[in-house]
Design a protein. Sequence first.
Length: 113
Amino acid sequence: MLQFVVKIILNGVAIFMVAKYLPGVELVSIQDAIILVIVLSVLNAILRPILGFLAFPITVITLGLFSLVLNGAMVLLADYFLAGFAVRDLLIAIIFSLVLSLVNAAIDMVIGK
């Protein structure tokens, strides 16, 4: 349980730092970053498998690159739900999700899964 809380907090700090340095992404506070982590986790757990299944043919045709668009769509959907978080467009959302994926992989390597 402690490992889960540490991972949420580290992801929140990472989101806050990425939003600070990536133009086109606005985040009001660190509390909004932690809420964003939770919202993105819920969206990825519930909605992402459904969208991944429906978009499987397009993903195969594009050799997996369409999954980047799905990740960006999850970020834009989180933008819709949260008042303290704003993303300018889909391209910025895709870049944001790519950076977060890399940071999340680094966090998983450091604290373990």
